[in-house]
Design a protein around this ligand. Structure first.
Ligand SMILES: [Mg+2]
Length: 438
């Protein structure tokens, strides 16, 4: 891969995650506002710039971005574990554990969470070392109750989609709003894996097919865009068709296909954005949030700002429609197209960029299962924030065979709560990352 191609791909990975956070932060201010309130307060164009938090001076992100970051952390932990051990459970397994880490940030203070190992919480997320994540920003009830259920139940779930009917019947947009990292993690590889894992990851909390299938569509779109060489129209059409094939027997699939088609059709008319958004719904449920985001991205495909402004200025779930639209437009246009206007005051920008870079880089392990990069080892093996310069591609000393054995044994014991996934018949070898090796 040429350096230029790598850099533009990295720019789109960053654009995808940061774009989502920008749309989330802009929409969070008006998430629970009606249209009368929005337009009388901000004028005819609605909200077009951040309303900064007086205490921190930041544009605050909501649960959408928090959970997106934990999705990325969980996937990266799982992929690293798979490479070091040669085998691992599917990534959804580790994302489910990362969501328990997120739940901790919603229920405890930073100081309490740091001491939580004593009462049995087995963390896998370095994000638990980020104090700014310990805020409740209107988290969805479905996510909270489903994660409580998983925490209290002793069953091990291997196929969340198959389990979904027993979980709940929610098709809230909390499944799709956090799914973008699944697309980035398998961009350049087999996108059926991205589609499947995204649906599985959404089904950790959302039991209705329209709660988890839109996540597969979003993951496919951003994966396609992140690699480049595809128009947005092509990426949306391909994602629609791929998900229709992969999940052909799922109930309610046709409703998802129909609303995607409607979004594509509406993007071609000349009506006002708000009128078109009303025809798609309000975005509280998964298929509507996805459709509104696709519509706004298609209509404003050359202008990131115009797209997210359209995506948040309506009476519905503005932060989630903004987040999903920002994921899509960011992956299409790249981080450079988002601009300082949106990034300068954005909460958690450094953490969001770090995870985007890690998804782009892939796991830094060698063929012998040794983690040679100190930043990577700290974050995705020891599960702690790396305080050094993570952009520095330092090469740590290679462990000798005995050290390595002890290291892997300790690490495996530390994760005893998950059992040994190699005995359950569901383990798989992580796919090689085509992007990294080409
Ligand atoms: Mg939110």
């Amino acid at each position: 891969m040429s350096t230029q191609r790598s850099e533009s791909t990295l720019d789109r990975f960053r654009g995808c995650l940061v774009g989502g956070a920008v749309g989330d932060a802009l929409g969070y201010t008006v998430e629970f506002s009606g249209e009368g309130e929005i337009f009388s307060r901000y004028g005819m164009s609605g909200i077009t710039s951040y309303e900064l938090d007086p205490a921190s001076g930041k544009a605050l992100v909501s649960d959408d971005t928090q959970m997106t970051l934990f999705t990325a952390n969980g996937i990266l932990f799982g992929l690293t574990r798979g490479t070091l051990r040669g085998i691992a459970a599917p990534p959804r397994h580790y994302v489910a554990i990362a969501y328990q880490d997120w739940l901790l940030t919603q229920e405890r203070s930073f100081q309490q969470a740091q001491a939580s190992a004593a009462d049995g919480h087995k963390r896998i997320s370095w994000l638990l070392d980020v104090p700014e994540l310990y805020h409740t920003r209107a988290p969805g009830n479905t996510c909270l109750s489903a994660l409580h259920r998983h925490r209290e139940a002793s069953d091990t779930i291997e196929d969340y989609v198959a389990f979904a009917p027993q979980l709940n019947h929610s098709k809230g947009c909390g499944g799709v709003m956090r799914a973008a990292p699944a697309g980035l993690a398998w961009a350049g590889g087999d996108l059926a894996v991205a589609d499947e894992e995204a649906a599985q990851i959404a089904a950790i909390t959302h039991g209705h097919p329209l709660g988890y299938l839109p996540a597969a569509v979003l993951a496919h779109i951003v994966a396609r865009l992140a690699i480049g060489g595809t128009t947005l129209e092509e990426a949306v059409a391909e994602a629609r068709n791929a998900v229709a094939d992969l999940f052909a027997r799922h109930a309610h699939l046709q409703e998802l296909i129909d609303i995607i088609d409607l979004a594509i059709e509406l993007a071609g008319n000349t009506d006002a954005d708000l009128d078109n958004i009303h025809r798609l719904g309000e975005g509280w449920v998964g298929e509507e949030a996805l459709a509104i985001a696709i519509y706004c991205a298609l209509r404003h495909k050359d202008d990131f700002s115009a797209g997210i402004i359209a995506a948040v200025n309506h009476r519905g779930d503005s932060d989630s429609t903004g987040a999903v639209c920002g994921n899509i437009l960011g992956a299409l246009l790249g981080y450079h197209a988002i601009g300082e206007r949106w990034t300068a005051d954005l909460e958690l920008l450094d953490v969001t960029l770090e995870l985007a870079d890690d998804l782009f880089t892939g796991h830094k392990t060698d063929a012998h299962g040794t983690c040679k990069n100190p930043a990577w080892e700290c974050k995705y093996v020891q599960c702690h924030r790396y305080e050094g310069d993570s952009t520095e591609d330092a090469t740590a000393e290679t462990m000798d065979a005995d050290e390595q054995k002890r290291f892997v044994a300790e690490w495996t014991m530390g994760l005893g709560v998950m059992g040994d996934p190699t005995n359950k018949g569901t383990a798989h070898r992580p796919q090689r990352r085509a992007l990294r090796n080409s």
